[in-house]
Structures are given as structure tokens and as C-alpha cells.
Design a protein around this ligand. Sequence first.
Ligand SMILES: C/C(=C\CNc1ncnc2c1ncn2[C@@H]1O[C@H](COP(=O)(O)O)[C@@H](O)[C@H]1O)CO
Length: 273
Amino acid sequence: MRNSNGSGQPNEQREGPVTLRHKAIRHTTADQRLLDSRLRADWKTKDAWRALRILSEFVEGFDTMADLPPAVSVFGSARSKPGSPECVMAEELGAALARSGYAVITGGGPGVMEAANKGASEAGGLSIGLGIELPFEQGLNEFIDIGIDFRYFFARKTMFVKYAQAFAVLPGGFGTMDELFEALTLVQTRKVTRFPVVLMGRDYWRGLLDWMEKTMAGGGKISPLDLDLICLTDDVSEAVRHIIEADAAIVAEQEAAERAAAERLAKDAGTGD
Ligand SMILES: C/C(=C\CNc1ncnc2c1ncn2[C@@H]1O[C@H](COP(=O)(O)O)[C@@H](O)[C@H]1O)CO
């Protein structure tokens, strides 16, 4: 939904290729209708169709994102104001990533997302926004070269992970925490190849990291090694260097694994196994 008309009500709603205006606007989102257990009566008739709609989001996303160069997903608050310390940092980070050859993927919204897209775009990089249908959504920010609007959070989240070499997470609220912890869980459970997670903003993250070290790791709820996944910094150059080095290390590991597999095959062929 976009552009409130002053009454706080949006005057236009986009649902995939469909635009709804005026009395046709629905005051719920696709995610809300899918997840609302009070709509149980609809499950039999509507969920099978929803599955096709969900599939179409994956098809559209895979098709569009497959052509990207190496990319970094940047997360952070939708509420930060332009010129705030985290927006300044996001803009510098977007620009530095672009100069190092990375495309920048964000949630396509305002605040930190917009700042990262702006930095990337103005530095000549490729700037991508994966928008999400929200009851108060404002549309994709103006610094996006490739934008995709998703109805379903989980389809959109797949794209952030699948097409990024690293995650950079700036100060943010629940949405940002969700994205951070999803990344850490995927790496911890080896659902994705180990990839770097950079937390930017030492003061903002210190309390959470201390709690993770003392309470989570101290209480045996995570392994202390899980915290090695995270790089904490205020320095944009250090963040980008960390991403480049981790990226190179992962590529080297993968190449070594492929070489070892090829050598095993050759050896087995030689011994007739
Ligand atoms: C809150 C406002 C607008 C929300 N618009 C969003 N557009 C796109 N993506 C969003 C939006 N809000 C949250 N996200 C996702 O979560 C992260 C930020 O959430 P947080 O709670 O603000 O930390 C972000 O990385 C997005 O992927 C009004 O201006």
C-alpha cells in the first residue's frame, strides 16, 4: 500500500501485478490472510491457490536475481532519518561495496535501506530493493535499479540469503533482528555455507553481543564458536575488507573440496573401485 492521503489511509495498494485503489483496497496483507488462524474456513478453498501465488513469487525472484553479480544484503531500521549516524554509515557502506564490485540488496524501504541503496547507486553500483507488502508500506525507495515487490515475507527472505555473499546489519528494530537471527541460524545449522555477518555500530550491538556471550553461550544455549560468525565494527573499510576476505576464503575452501573430490574420483577409477 502506498501514499497515505493524509487520513492515514493508503490510497493505493499493490498486490503483485494488481493495483487496488479507493474502495477496492483491502485492509489486510497477503501474509496476514495466509497466517491468520481465525480464517480456518478459507483454508480448504483458498490455500491451494495461495500455493501457486507463493510459487510465482519464487519464480519471479529466482529469474530476476539469478543474473546479479556478487552481492551483499544490507539490513537496518526502516525508521532511521536521513542524516542519522546509521544512515550516514549505510550510505558509506553502500558506496564502498559498490566500489568493490558488490551489488547491494536491501528491503527497498526507507531509513537505513534507502541510505544503503543511495550509496550504492550514486557510486555506480547495482542497487536492488526487495519490497514487502505491509499495511503501512511506502513503496520502493528512489535509489533502486532493480525492485521486486513481495507479498510473502518467507519468499523474500530466501532471496536475501540465496543471492548474497554476506550480510551487513546496521542498527534496527524487530525486522532487523529477525533478519540477523535468521542468517545466524542458517549458518549455525549449516543450511547455508558459512558466510560473513557484519554488525555495524559497536555501541548499538554491544549490549546484545554481551548478552549472547554471557547468557546464551554461558548458559550453553549456543556454542561460543557460533559467535565467531559475527564481525563487529564501526569502520566501513574494515567491514568491506572482512567481506572480501571471507568471500575469498569460502571460494578457496570450495575449490579445495572440489579438487579433493576430483582426486578421489580419479583414484577410484585407477584402482577400478
Ligand atoms: C516502518 C515504516 C516503513 C516500513 N517499510 C519497510 N519496507 C521494506 N522493508 C521493511 C520495512 N519495514 C521493515 N522492513 C524489513 O525489516 C528491516 C527493518 O525493520 P526494523 O524493524 O525497522 O528494524 C529491514 O531490513 C527490512 O527488510 C515507516 O517508515
